[in-house]
Design a protein around this ligand. Structure first.
Ligand SMILES: *Cc1c(COP(=O)(O)O)cnc(C)c1O
Length: 387
């Protein structure tokens, strides 16, 4: 018979695309003894979580709640509720996650119109304007912080265009939420979803979601049933906010405890302070990497401070460096996705992982691991070509 040892994982320093390091208070909250998911005490906790999600999304949307599943399920929740077969959906794609939205919209039976930008660049609002001349979409969807490329997408102009065209404006805020400014009401966002394991620094597995009144109206005007029972908001909304809490599914009680504590920490720090901290640690990293001769993928105007995509210096072995970081220094960073595999590293400075100490640990480790001839003055590899 196999005997299994007690769980004993390494003390990792999480600097990839998520999860990020969790605050000890969050881990402790998760170990709180269970209560029933319909216990009046838990109902009160859900109300508190809802209110804190509203504050952090900067919205007064009544339909604000948490999907009991990760960010991708938040994405799917927004799309399956807003789209019916035959609807047009304009999806902006500038990385992996825009592509995922298009895939889900297609499975909803929607006619997908794509507006694309090269990876590493934001979507150009002019392209959206041109596309809107050719269709009348029910939604315009876009990723705010494209974790696959490190691009921070400006939203306001595209949001206005969507409304002018009579469409709902849907935003993926999985990586931007609680890391960079995000104003759901002011920016006219009608449907938004996020995740807990990125700048919120809670464990993965939940997805905060919010719908504007316009989006709720679209939901009420559906002619067909939402094809997913679990994600159908006409059912879920009674669980997360109805006058009478009706059983829908068993909420992941411990994960909600952890989320509540993570939100409390965000509000104690203050959103503005938190955004400044993320920006300052990004600048510290950028300065230090420039000192090593390493380059960012994205133009400074569109750089995401919480997810830094940097080019792997020529001659440097991607897998070897990341393995040594993990095995010898306990540091996790992300590799490139899709066409950037082997070409970029994705360094997360998210939530609790956004500290000067994290930056210093990583940069010191990189200096020890990478052959100094391949970095430092950056052009070393090309110098050797000519020399
Ligand atoms: C991580 C991420 C997702 C998916 O979230 P999961 O929790 O992994 O399902 C979606 N969109 C973006 C931009 C992300 O960074």
């Amino acid at each position: 018979m196999t005997s299994y040892s007690q769980l004993n994982t390494s003390q990792r320093i999480l600097m990839g695309p998520g999860p990020s390091d969790a605050h000890p208070r969050v881990l402790q909250a998760m170990a709180t003894p269970l209560i029933g998911h319909l216990d009046p005490e838990f109902v009160e906790i859900m109300d508190e979580v809802k209110s804190m999600v509203q504050q952090t999304f900067q919205t007064e949307n009544y339909l604000t709640f948490v999907v009991s599943a990760p960010g991708s399920a938040g994405m799917e929740t927004c799309l399956v509720n807003l789209l019916e077969p035959g609807d047009e959906a304009l999806i902006c794609i500038h990385g992996v996650f825009g592509g995922r939205m298009a895939e889900i919209a297609d499975r909803c039976g929607a006619k997908v119109i794509k507006v694309e930008a090269p990876w590493g660049e934001p979507i150009d609002p002019e392209q959206v304007r041109l596309a809107l001349e050719t269709c009348t979409p029910k939604i315009v969807a876009i990723v705010h912080a494209e974790t696959s490329t490190g691009v921070l997408q400006p939203l306001e102009e595209i949001g206005r265009m969507a409304h002018d065209a009579g469409a709902l404006f849907m935003v993926d805020a999985v990586t931007s939420y609680c890391g960079v400014p995000l104003k759901v009401d002011e920016w006219g966002i009608d449907a938004i979803y996020s995740g807990t394991q990125k700048c919120l620094s809670a464990p993965p597995g939940l997805s905060p979601v919010s719908f504007s009144d316009r989006a709720v109206k679209a939901l009420e005007n559906r002619k067909t049933k939402v094809q997913s029972w679990f994600l159908d908001l006409s059912l879920v909304k009674n669980y997360w906010g109805g006058a009478k809490r009706a059983y829908h599914h068993t909420a992941p009680v411990s994960a909600v405890f952890a989320l509540r504590e993570a939100l409390r920490i965000v509000l104690e720090e203050g959103l503005e302070n938190r955004f400044i901290r993320h920006r300052e640690n990004h600048e510290l990293l950028a300065t230090k990497l420039a000192g090593l001769g390493m380059e960012f993928l994205v133009d400074p105007d569109y750089r995401l401070p919480n997810l830094n995509a940097v080019r792997i210096p020529e001659g440097v072995d991607d897998a070897l460096v990341r393995n040594r970081l993990l095995n010898d220094y306990n540091i996790e960073i992300g590799g490139g996705l899709g066409k950037f595999a082997g070409k970029v590293w994705r360094i997360g400075l998210m939530g609790e992982s956004s500290t000067p100490n994290h930056v210093n640990m990583l940069v010191s480790a990189l200096e020890e691991i990478i052959d100094p001839n391949l970095i430092h003055n950056g052009k070393a590899s090309s110098v050797s070509t000519y020399g």
